[in-house]
Structures are given as structure tokens and as C-alpha cells.
Design a protein around this ligand. Structure first.
Ligand SMILES: [Zn+2]
Length: 1017
């Protein structure tokens, strides 16, 4: 896998939510040269230069204009007259590397504080409240050399929110009481990461770097670095925050991107005055040209004991920052070759020896001035005994690259593929569009901001050779991760407690790498045969259906089809469900379907990798109903891949060696569940307890031990023998083509796997248990790995229907911001605090989730106090506020999909749930507008309030590892100015999940909105 800049993306501090979003980042600086252009704007006085002619994708209908204001601020304006959301992002070219030595985490803390009040808008929840009422969301992250703030909002409200946003950079308050409280959020954020291997390894890379290099700092920070330690030294953190903001936040190192419906001129007039008053302190950003690893920190091997049972080998080579060479991108050229997975590749060879399963290679993403090239593999049990051999293999591959020269046809192929994917690029979501632009403006000339990193122009063999020369043993670090090193580690990292050992790499290994014996196994990849050649867009016939239609129905299959009428790209999505009643009937069946999908992907990988490089991806996975297959990408080459997959699937034979490797991996992954985050455990058990059928990880593990190759080999044809196939084809395809594809599929199944159809009575899907009205149950589980606890309250409402769907979603919309504001910002219970609608098997309810250092019974008391408070909140809510929430939710429901795949998934979920409500969004949003505040209050009184007659409550307590026991009854805390907790009924403890389930009724399935028997075919 080519991994350019994946790693930095994975570990970002997204500070407002528990979901780690991934966005792309670019790297270093090229001051943009601006021309003075004539501009129709009243704000000409504030503008230093204007940049039109920004290179964009042919399929991009948005308009762009770059500006630089007199205060040095760079701005990208994006006009999209059809957008339903507006968005903006400000990127400040400063991050945790700039933290003062005695206040690690300050840049990150500053980022948290900026949200919480400004001189012009002093209320700490002003910004988030406004966004919640206007279909908006916000977040921010701090990396080594960037701090990025972003939001989206309903398109009518850009101006109002932008004014609030601009004040962050002009006059933030850093209110003293907020400062003390928000420190807890930063601390809790760190606590959440403490037991995560990704964060630990990143920390160890830094902790073992040159201690004088800023890279070695602890960027997240916690209470100790931001409170305890500074207090001892008489440092006032608030003063330092003000100082940091004052000295580091300067207009000339900021870049802003704004996207809205307005024209470019209107955006210019709106944005310029708001941001012109940010001070320009004439800062120069620091470039860290020294590598964080000096001679002393190289040629070392670090052994690490992970939290989860994972095994990895990573080679790290410090390299210079290559961003300035974005037009030739030597890093991606080498990443493409070393990370290749086709015949003759490094991965192919290591896999065939049974040593590894996956490989990634590419630039890791350092910071301005330095970077790393890494080669990373996971290790099988056998691979653990061959670590040195694997390293030598890597050098044999590098040696092959050295002797094959640097052929330019490979560059040409990369260039063509990149051109194609840029030309037919999917539309980006407004938030990712503005985020990418704001970060990239620091690095690339305005004209290239959108295309840099996508397009390459000029082949520079010299740069490739220079980079290749740096991949040598004297410029290398090795990281080895495995539980088996537990007796060899002797150092404990300070902030994460990760145990490791650092030792020089043996001279033997270094010598073997320096002088490798060439291997004939390795060769350059062959030319890619999957590159599409036909990009014709099929004409849309008159009277085409705006939603999927059933175009074929027989005993074996149902075929749904919709020709794309929105995106007009030469792409399509084809999805299949191979439904089998035996797929989940026993835990071992579930294991076998899983093993089948994994072994199948493993065997197909060498072939399918080329397709993936050429923009054609496939997914093959198991579900409780069987197997899902998805093929997405250019429709021109789709059928070749589909036929190959089906043929291989129907004649699949299991490789013995790979069977044992994959089974061992699966065994570990089931066990690794124990080290997941407590809030993930809470969600998981809430699902297990409510669902008609759900095998637990323990049940699966217990059965897996007995699984043999023969059992699996016998099971696969049985599974394939009796199936029901559901297909959805959506995109640049005609009905005739879709029918043709479905025929091919049926033919292969019937002739090669001898598949027969199922009986209609076998097509049953699972149902959900009904928690009786007026009851309250609690289930407790102990997390053996993490110190923090979590709690989830679920209030079941019942079967989905349009009115309840909208009342529940509206309630969730109304309480979401106060829930975050009260339980996280004010009470500081923990970093992860959220409320949402929970749906499964057609049944829905409201849930509140908190992960915290407090006990689950305490958290439940606080959640109940909040639920009680919701009653007053609804009473006090003005009609105008209510209507804002209604239109905010309507806007979110009606937000149009930006990509074909997103629209496909919407339809697919209707097919899988069998509700077939393809016009759900329009109908529900219309219905939403008929709801009144009294209706919402009645809904609350009926299902949610503690005295509600139809309240059906299930609580999950996940106890942290140091908590021996916890009361099952919520704690009715009401000290100080905390919201009072009402008197709560004694809950029933679920001590045996099975017995509990047997005592309950099941809900029916939701009736489909379409009668497919009446469909005209
Ligand atoms: Zn944060």
C-alpha cells in the first residue's frame, strides 16, 4: 500500500468529538507570488493581491479565487451556488512544535480555548449553540506545525457565523474559569489515547528522538504539563496562553478558506472586512531543517510491547522535506514501487514465505523541514522468527530498484493515473474542501493549491535516486512491536507508560543490508492493464426513475438499478448481498464466513491491486446475513474485475499455509476487542443485549479454536449452494448493461457453484427485543485494560415510523449541544460525551454516552439529571428557537450527497433494512415541518422523562480496570450548582444476558414502504 502522509492523518487531535476524522494534509512552503488584478470590489483597499486562474478538476463546478490581504492573510474563496452547506477553515501555521519547553501541550490547549468565548461574543457556548441551531458542526485539530479550525453551517448563515469565527483570531477571552475547566477536557483527551497503540508508538518515535529537537515534545499535554508542573514553577498558564496567542497567531502565517453560495465578489466583500483586522506581527514560521534523529539516534532497534496483541516491523529513514518538489513527487514514485502488491513485489514475496500479511511504504509526514520514509509490515508468528530476513528482503528489493534504474514509463503511468483521477475527481464535502485549501495555501502557490499533491508534471530521476540513496542501513531505525518482548523491555515512557527497549542494530544485520545478494524474485511491476480507456457518459433516457427500480425479480435474485442523474462521472457502484440463512446460525458459521472472506481477499490481492491503483476498488466482507461485495470506480473496467471475483469465489480452494496465518490473525483480533475503548464496549453490549441474534466475541473465540481447514473447505460450497442474491447497480450504466451484469452473475453462480434459490420463508431477517414499558435494566462489564470507565443510557422508543423518526431526531437535535455543553464543558466529565439516536433492526431510541474517570453510577446520575433538565429546557425554549432547530434538522436531512457512493449507500441501507423508503429524506423533512413544540414536549413526557409511562431504559456500565465494583443504582448527586438528579427507580440487573432475552418479547420488522410484488418489471 502506498501510504504517503497517512500516518499523520490518523493521529490528529480532533477536539470537539469522539470521531477521528481523516483529512488530507500537504507539506512545506512556497510563498505565493500574487499579481495585482483588477477586482470589482469595494474592499480593494484591504487587498494586496488577487489570484484567479486556479487549476481545478474538469468535473469541479465550483469557482475559486485566491486573495492576500494587506495584513498578509491568505484567503481562498470558493463559490458553489448549489451548496446546501457553507463552510470555512482557518489554518494557523503553528503547532505543538512551538510549545514552550516548560508548557508542553500549550498550542493544543490554546486551540481548545479559542472556541470558548471572545470579547464580541463572550458566551462560552455561543459559537457551538449557533452552529447547532443552523445545521452546523465544528471541530479543530493541532498537529506538529498546524492548528486548524473549521466548521460548516446551513448556507444562509455563513455571514453570521463567520463573524463569530473571525473573533477567535482577533480578541479571544481565555476566560479564567473556562481555562481551569477546559484543562480537564485536554487531560481526558490524553487519557483516552493512553492505551492506544497508535498514539503510544507515535510518542515513542518522539521520546527517542534527539531531546534537543522540538519533535521530542509531548504535543497533546495533560494536567501535569499544563497545571501541576507550571504551578510548581509559579507559571500562570492563562498568562502564557495569552502570550502564546499574542506571539504566535499572526495574520501573515494564517490561511483561510471560505465556501458559500455567494458569488466570488460577494464573498470578497463579506470576508475581507471581517478578517482585515487580524494583526500582522510579521512572524516568520520556523523551518526545522535538522532531522530529529542524529547519528546517535540512528542504527537503533526499538522493541515495544503493545497494548493489543499486534506485531509490526517498521523501518524508518529520516529524509528531507520534499514538499517543494510536489511537481515531481519522488516520494510517491518510490512509495508506489516499494508498496506495490502485484507480482514481483516485496509484499508478494514476504507473503509467499508466510512472514507478513500487509505492507505500507511512503512518506510518513514529519513537519516543515523534515520528513521520514517508512516501510511497515505486520508480522505473522513465523515472521517473528525471521525479522532479520525480512529486513534483508527489503534491501534486496531496494537493490533491485537501484539496478533497474528509474524507468520513466512508471512515472508516466503514475502521471496518467493521477491526471485521470484528478479529472474525474468526486466532489469534496465543504468541510474537507476548506480544510485542504487552508492547509495547502501555506505550501503551494495559490494557482496550485487544488492540484498539488494530485498532479505531477516533471520526472526527476535525480530526486528519486537521491531519495533511494537515503534508504540505506546507516540512515535507518527499526521498530519492532510485539507482546513477546515483554521480558526484554526496560524503559517506561513518561506520558503513556509504554514499555520499550532501545539497542543498536547488530553489525551483522547492518552488513547484510549493506551488501545484499540480489534476488531474482523481485522485479518492477508490469504495465497496469486496468487503466480505463472509455469515459463516455451514457445518455439518460427520458422518464428515468429518480430512485432505484426493481428491474428483475426471480427466485434467485432481486436486481435494483438506478442510472446516475446527478454526478455525470464515468463511474458506477455495484453492490451485492449474498444472503444465506446459515451464515450466522452458529458461532462457527459466522467464523467460517469471516475466514472465507479474509482468505479470499488475501488470495485475490496480487491481481486486484492493479485495479485498485487504477481507481477501481472492491470490498468483500461478511455480515450476519452472509457476504457483501461492492465494486466501485470506473465503469469501463468494472465487469472484468467482477467476473474475475465471482469465478474465483465459486471455485475457491483454501491454501493451507494462509489458513493458519489468517486464523491466527482473526484469533488475535477477537481477543484485542478487550483493549478497545470503554465507550466502544458500552455500544457493543447495548447492541448484544437488544438484538435477537448476536454472537459475542467470547463465543466466537471459543469456537474458533476448533476450526480446521477441512471444515472450512467443506463449508464454502455448502454456503454457495443455497443463496438469495440482492443487487444494486447505480451510476453510469444503462438498464440493459445492468441486466447483462445480473445475468452474468446468475450464470456464474448457477453453473460454477451450482447455486439454488432459497425458499421465501428462509429470507428472514433479525428482530429486536422490546424493553417493557416502565422498566429499567442495567448491565455491567469490566474493562480489563483501561483505567477509565464509561456509561451508556438507552431509552427505547419503539418501531420506526415517520412521526416518531422525526420527533426522536428533533429531540436529539435539540439536546445535542446542551448535552455537550453541560456534561463536558461545564461538568468536565470527560472527553467523550455525546447523545444521539440509536437505530437497529427497525427499532429506535435515544442514547447518551459518557467516558470518564468517574464511576459509571455517578455518570448515570449525571445523565439522568441532564434528562430531567431537558424538560425545563423544552419549556423555556422560545417558538423562534424551536423553529431554528426544525430548519436546522431539515437542512441536515436534505443535505445532498456529494459523491455517487454516498447516494448509493443511502439506497443500499433501505434495501438491507427492507424498508425500501427511497424518498425517506424528502418525506421526512416535509413531515418534520408539521411538528410543533407541544408535540415534542409530549414525546419527551411519553418516552424520555423519568416518570414517562412508556419509558424503557437499558443502561450499560463499563467499569475501568481499577474499579472493583460499582453500584448498579445511579448516584443521585446534587452538590453545589450541579443540576439536581431526580429520584430514580431501582434497576433490574442483567446477570445473564440469555435469560434476560428469553424473558422479553420481540418487535416485528418494519413493513416495507414498497410492495415489490407489485413492481412492474
Ligand atoms: Zn483536543
Amino acid at each position: 500500500m502506498l501510504c504517503s502522509v497517512i500516518f499523520r492523518k490518523l493521529l490528529r487531535l480532533n477536539c470537539r468529538s469522539y470521531i477521528v476524522t481523516t483529512t488530507s494534509t500537504m507539506a512545506p512552503t512556497n510563498p505565493s507570488k500574487g499579481k495585482k488584478l483588477k477586482l470589482v470590489s469595494r474592499r480593494l483597499d484591504d487587498i494586496m493581491s488577487v489570484h484567479d486562474g486556479i487549476v481545478k478538476s474538469d468535473s469541479d463546478k465550483r469557482e475559486y479565487r485566491g486573495l492576500q490581504l494587506n495584513n498578509g492573510l491568505k484567503i481562498m474563496l470558493i463559490s458553489d451556488p448549489k451548496t446546501d452547506k457553507s463552510a470555512a477553515s482557518m489554518d494557523v501555521n503553528v503547532g505543538s512544535l512551538s510549545d514552550p519547553k516548560e508548557l508542553e501541550g500549550l498550542a493544543h490547549f490554546c486551540e481548545h480555548m479559542l472556541f470558548l468565548g471572545t470579547e464580541k461574543y463572550p458566551d462560552e457556548d455561543e459559537y457551538s449553540k449557533f452552529l447547532s441551531q443552523h445545521a452546523g458542526n465544528c471541530n479543530a485539530y493541532t498537529s506538529e506545525d498546524h492548528t486548524n479550525y473549521y466548521f460548516d453551517v446551513g448556507h444562509k448563515h455563513l455571514k453570521e457565523i463567520l463573524d463569530r469565527f473571525s473573533q477567535f483570531f482577533i480578541c479571544p477571552l481565555f476566560d479564567a474559569s473556562c481555562t481551569d475547566r477546559e484543562m480537564n477536557a485536554v487531560h481526558s483527551e490524553h487519557e483516552k489515547n493512553v492505551m492506544s497503540d497508535g498514539w503510544r508508538l507515535q510518542r515513542l518515535d518522539k521520546a527517542t528522538a534527539n531531546p534537543n529537537h522540538p519533535y521530542s515534545k509531548f504535543g497533546t499535554g495533560n494536567k501535569e504539563t499544563l497545571d501541576t508542573e507550571p504551578k510548581k514553577k509559579d507559571i500562570c498558564v492563562r498568562d502564557e496562553l495569552l502570550k502564546f496567542h499574542d506571539s504566535m497567531y499572526s495574520a501573515n502565517i494564517m490561511a483561510l478558506a471560505v465556501l458559500g453560495r455567494e458569488s466570488l465578489d460577494e464573498l470578497t466583500d463579506m470576508v475581507t472586512p471581517m478578517f482585515s483586522s487580524i494583526k500582522n506581527k510579521q512572524l516568520t514560521v520556523e523551518t526545522y531543517t535538522e532531522s530529529p534523529y542524529t547519528e546517535k539516534e540512528l542504527k537503533v532497534c526499538m522493541k515495544v510491547v503493545p497494548v493489543k496483541d499486534v506485531r509490526n516491523l517498521v523501518l524508518t529513514f529520516p529524509i528531507p522535506d520534499l514538499t517543494e518538489h510536489y511537481e515531481s513527487n519522488p516520494g510517491s514514485y518510490l512509495g508506489h514501487l516499494i508498496g506495490h502488491e502485484g507480482p514481483g513485489s516485496l509484499l508478494s514475496e514476504l507473503k509467499s514465505r508466510g512472514w507478513v500479511n500487509s505492507l505500507m511504504a511512503g512518506e510518513k509526514g514529519g513537519a516543515r523541514g523534515f520528513d521520514f520514509f517508512i516501510i511497515q509490515v505486520d508480522l505473522t508468528k513465523e515472521g517473528m522468527a525471521h525479522v532479520d530476513d525480512i529486513v534483508v528482503c527489503m534491501y534486496q528489493y531496494i537493490d533491485m530498484l537501484n539496478t533497474s534504474g528509474t524507468p520513466s514509463w512508471i512515472f508516466q503511468e503514475i502521471k496518467d493515473l493521477n491526471n485521470m483521477s484528478f479529472k474525474f475527481k468526486d466532489k469534496e464535502k465543504p468541510t474537507s474542501c476548506v480544510q485542504n485549501c487552508s492547509e495547502s495555501m501555506h505550501y503551494f502557490p495559490m494557482e496550485d493549491v487544488l492540484s498539488a499533491g494530485h498532479l505531477v508534471k516533471e520526472f526527476r530521476a535525480d530526486l528519486v535516486e537521491d531519495l533511494l540513496a537515503r534508504l540505506n542501513p546507516d540512515n535507518m531505525r527499526i521498530t519492532l512491536v510485539s507482546k513477546s518482548y515483554k521480558d526484554e523491555v526496560d524503559v517506561t515512557e513518561r506520558w503513556y507508560g509504554a514499555k520499550y527497549n532501545l539497542a543498536p542494530i547488530s553489525e551483522d544485520l547492518l552488513n547484510n543490508c549493506r551488501k545484499v545478494i540480489p534476488s531474482s524474485k523481485f522485479h518492477l511491476p508490469p504495465p497496469n492493464e486496468f487503466i480505463p480507456t472509455d469515459f463516455t457518459i451514457a445518455p439518460l433516457p427520458q422518464g428515468s426513475s429518480p430512485v432505484p427500480e426493481l428491474i428483475k425479480r426471480n427466485q434467485l435474485s432481486h436486481v435494483w438499478f438506478k442510472q446516475d442523474d446527478k454526478f455525470k462521472l464515468p463511474k458506477a457502484c455495484i453492490l451485492f448481498e449474498l444472503f444465506s440463512p446459515v451464515a450466522y446460525s452458529y458461532p462457527q458459521h459466522c467464523n467460517m464466513v469471516y475466514m472465507f472472506t479474509e482468505l479470499f481477499k488475501d488470495a485475490l490481492n496480487e491481481y486486484a491491486y492493479a485495479a485498485e491503483l487504477a481507481g477501481l476498488s472492491y470490498k468483500f466482507s461478511n455480515s450476519v446475513y452472509g457476504i457483501h461485495l461492492t465494486i466501485k470506480g470506473y465503469n469501463n473496467t468494472q465487469r472484468v474485475l467482477l467476473e474475475k471475483i465471482l469465478t474465483k469465489m465459486t471455485t475457491f480452494s483454501v491454501d493451507q499455509k494462509r489458513f493458519h496465518v489468517i486464523k491466527e490473525m482473526y484469533t488475535r483480533s477477537l481477543k484485542n476487542f478487550k483493549a478497545d475503548q470503554p465507550y466502544q464496549h458500552a455500544s457493543y453490549f447495548s447492541h448484544v443485549v437488544k438484538s435477537e441474534k448476536a454472537w459475542t466475541k467470547d463465543e466466537l473465540s471459543a469456537e474458533l479454536v476448533n476450526l480446521t481447514l477441512e471444515m472450512l473447505q467443506e463449508f464454502i460450497p455448502k454456503f454457495m449452494k443455497r443463496l438469495h442474491v440482492q443487487m444494486l447497480m447505480h451510476g453510469n450504466l444503462t438498464k440493459a448493461e445492468a441486466l447483462k451484469i445480473s445475468e452474468t452473475v446468475e450464470e456464474i453462480l448457477q453453473h460454477k457453484a451450482l447455486t439454488e434459490p432459497l425458499l421465501p420463508t428462509e429470507l428472514q431477517k433479525h428482530r429486536q427485543f422490546k424493553i417493557p414499558n416502565g422498566s429499567s435494566y442495567v448491565f455491567q462489564y469490566k474493562n480489563q485494560v483501561r483505567k477509565i470507565s464509561s456509561m451508556l443510557v438507552y431509552l427505547q422508543v419503539g418501531l420506526q415510523n415517520t412521526t416518531d423518526n422525526m420527533l426522536l431526531q428533533l429531540l436529539a437535535q435539540v439536546i445535542s449541544e446542551p448535552c455537550f455543553n453541560i456534561l463536558r464543558t461545564r461538568e468536565q466529565l470527560g472527553y467523550i460525551v455525546f447523545s444521539s439516536v440509536d437505530r437497529g433492526n427497525g427499532v429506535q431510541g435515544l442514547r447518551i454516552v459518557i467516558q470518564s474517570e468517574r464511576t459509571p453510577s455517578y455518570l448515570e446520575g449525571r445523565a439522568e439529571a441532564f434528562i430531567e433538565h431537558v424538560g425545563d429546557h423544552l419549556n423555556e425554549m422560545s417558538e423562534a428557537e424551536f423553529l431554528k432547530h426544525v430548519s436546522s434538522l431539515a437542512a441536515q436531512i436534505l443535505e445532498k450527497p456529494k459523491k455517487l457512493g454516498t447516494e448509493t449507500l443511502k439506497y443500499w441501507s433501505e434495501l438491507l433494512s427492507e424498508q425500501l423508503f427511497f424518498k425517506r429524506d424528502e418525506v421526512e423533512a416535509e413531515h418534520l415541518k408539521t411538528l410543533t413544540k407541544p408535540m415534542l414536549q409530549d414525546f419527551y413526557k411519553r418516552y424520555i422523562h423519568v416518570s414517562a409511562p412508556e419509558r424503557s431504559k437499558l443502561t450499560i456500565h463499563v467499569l475501568g480496570k481499577n474499579l472493583d465494583n460499582c453500584p448498579t443504582q445511579p448516584e443521585p448527586t446534587c452538590q453545589g450548582d450541579l443540576l439536581p438528579c431526580p429520584k430514580l427507580p431501582e434497576p433490574t440487573v442483567i446477570s445473564d444476558v440469555n435469560q434476560f432475552k428469553q424473558s422479553l418479547e420481540l418487535y416485528p420488522r418494519v413493513r416495507p414502504y414498497l410492495d415489490i410484488n407489485e413492481a412492474k418489471l
